[in-house]
Ligand binder design. Sequence first.
Ligand code: ADP
Ligand code: MG
Length: 336
Amino acid sequence: MKKALVYITVILLFFAGGLYFSTEKSIEPKSTKRVKFALGTMIEFTIKDEEDSTAEKAINEAYAEILRIDSIFTDYSDQSEIGKLNLEKPAFDTLSSEVYSLFAKSRELWLKTNGAFDITLGELVSLWGFKIKDAEPVKEIVLPGKKEILEAVNRTGMSKIYLQEPDKIYLNGMKGQFDLGAIAKGYAVDKACEVLEKMGIKNYLVNAGGDVRGAGSNWVTGVQHPRQKENLAVVVNINGVAIATSGDYEQFFEKDGVKYHHILNPRTGYPATGLMSVTVIAPDLTTADALATGFFVMGYKEAIKLAESLENVECYIIDATGQEHQSKGFYKYIRS
Ligand code: ADP
Ligand code: MG
């Protein structure tokens, strides 16, 4: 029974992802598809133009890479590198080169988004009840108090940490918790794609619950409409690029008629307001994933301005009134 429930949850999570489907324009005979579970979502691997056995082997290795990354970056375990950092909160520490690199990338995106994307919000995410472990019973919803939120905001912030090349971190008063939930999925998929490419696979698509990266074909992917579950907001071509969507419909609860979702404004500690969904296209999924979350906090005007200033970054945004906004070059990806 428990297993069945978990399975149903998994299926629901899959369809709750930002993108609704991913497929190819033309139907060709050789295509291997496998669906695996990791990072709290279903991950769909599709490989074209390879023998089934070659594709299967590549998918298994790519999946193993995703599990490896999850085991480093998850904040759901005290044993992961991030879990240990959160538990011990040393004033000063040496990071593995992989964690240092993703922290450095996160810091760069924190600067670019003017603080909207921030990997130090773990305590606030917990306060709002969005750190739900598998099969945990749903408790009665109690909203965090204003004072509690303010105190957590004061303990939090990328401005409080200092990174020194090649691998040092100074926590320098940062008493919050690291949460890489808005970037690690993208990074894991990028690393999985790297594995596929190293194995000589040229034509592939990896779809992690709506965050997608594809190469080698005219891959087509649909972005789910944030309010009409059965409909797509837009359908895009993605060949050699990555696409990620962040929305207020992915994880949320309602209390007294007010909706509270999982994308938080680091300045206020409250769920970001003004938008329903943000889709970002970028050369890699690490960037697209993080920017989709950051843009959501920034609002469409600032987000579009930033997207247009960044090379090869485009965005498509639906604001809280249902109005669509897009960066100048987004139209090039729309499937005609
Ligand atoms: P999803 O994981 O559903 O694809 P996102 O990529 O937008 O969605 O990541 C949202 C997660 O990132 C939240 O669940 C939380 O753990 C974390 N988070 C929330 N707000 C921010 C923020 N402003 N900056 C960075 N991470 C955030
Ligand atoms: Mg994200």
